[in-house]
Design a protein around this ligand. Structure first.
Ligand code: SF4
Length: 344
């Protein structure tokens, strides 16, 4: 594809699917240690990405990679150390009187890994859905009804479900209630933090298909957080891989799965069961665990585990290298290859 064609495609995409939410250089360092010896947990470092209308961006990585911290920062449950969060191009960290904060909280909703923990066991499902409608009613022209929300989330018959309590529902039904509650305020972006990891395998597809349906029919953008590359491939338009608080690779999802460039992405992909490959074939080798995030040393955070680490990896953080219009990676292995090929 020529540069002009790429620009024309991007222009068309920005007209039909404008960017709703963007984070720039988002960083979170938690202070630990004492007054005399301050230390910091580098939970998130220089994270930047955008979510368009009706787009699912999958954020993938193992525990401690910074995925959930990213979601908590975007919902403003915690404040970042530095960086910007833009809704429709406006930095919400710099503006925000109370009314605007309420509008931001309406636009950005979150669903959690444990749907039971996010519901009050003493209250009916109807109560959980009426509450956000009432809180936001002064600010909304059109109102959702409990009946419609439950029907949209696939909980039929809706009136019967409205009178039930959380303990009377299955895990999948509770997650559907959590999604219905998020829909009550007509969100533009939903942050879904491991929404299917606690569900039985047999009902995971139903929740993923509901996300797909909401994306297509309502134009809602999703940040889909997961440690499971298979579900990211199924639902994500784009996938970003995170490791130890850093973004290490990102691409359109099928491209990333077909041609992973970063050794950590290859490692994650090799852990996805493949019935055709059989057991014990093609697995990437890596040793150790995710490193301590307290005052980490310079260099690539994956270097203690990487089977291809070089001396430079332990000293210098790799820069971002673009492999195509929508595929980038941070790895010295790729950066040096690109540098050599550009000099030839
Ligand atoms: Fe491995 Fe070096 Fe690439 Fe890091 S920069 S992933 S250590 S080769």
């Amino acid at each position: 594809m020529t540069q002009a064609a790429i620009l024309a495609t991007e222009q068309k995409q920005s007209e039909t699917n404008p960017v709703v939410l963007e984070v720039r250089h988002l960083t979170k360092h938690f202070p630990v240690g004492s007054m005399f010896k301050p230390r910091f947990v580098h939970a998130l470092n220089d994270v930047s990405f955008a979510i368009r209308r009706g787009e699912v961006v999958a954020l993938v990585g193992e525990s401690g990679s910074g995925k959930s911290t990213t979601a908590r920062l975007i919902t403003r449950l915690i404040e970042p150390t530095s960086g910007e969060i833009l809704l429709h191009g406006i930095d919400v960290l710099k503006t925000q009187p109370h009314s605007a904060t309420l509008e931001y909280r309406r636009a950005i909703q979150m669903i959690f890994q444990d749907p039971y923990g996010s519901l009050n066991p003493a209250m009916s499902i109807g109560f959980h859905l009426e509450r956000p409608i009432k809180i936001h009613q002064k600010h909304r022209a059109a109102q959702n009804t409990v009946h419609d929300l439950l029907a949209t989330a696939g909980l039929n018959p809706p009136d019967e479900f409205a009178n039930k309590f959380p303990y009377q529902l299955s895990g999948g039904q509770r997650q559907r209630v959590a999604i219905a509650r998020a829909l009550a305020v007509d969100p533009e972006i939903i942050l879904a933090d491991e929404p299917i990891s606690m569900l039985d395998v047999s009902i995971r597809m139903g929740v993923l298909n509901l996300i797909e349906q909401l994306k297509e029919e309502r134009g809602i953008g999703f940040l889909y957080i997961t440690h499971d590359l298979a579900s990211a491939r199924y639902i994500g338009d784009r996938t970003i891989v995170m490791y130890a608080g850093h973004m290490v690779e990102g691409a359109e999802s099928t491209e990333l799965m077909r041609q992973p460039a970063h050794p950590y992405t290859r490692l994650l992909l090799s852990a996805v069961p493949n019935p055709e490959a059989g057991l014990g074939t093609g697995a990437e080798q890596a040793r150790g665990e995710i490193p301590s995030l307290i005052d980490p040393p310079p260099g690539c955070p994956f270097s203690p585990r990487c089977p291809r680490a070089m001396n430079v990896c332990r000293q210098v953080m790799p820069e971002t290298t673009n492999l195509s219009a929508d595929h980038w990676v941070r790895c010295h292995l790729i950066g040096s290859k690109q540098a050599v090929s550009s000099q030839v």
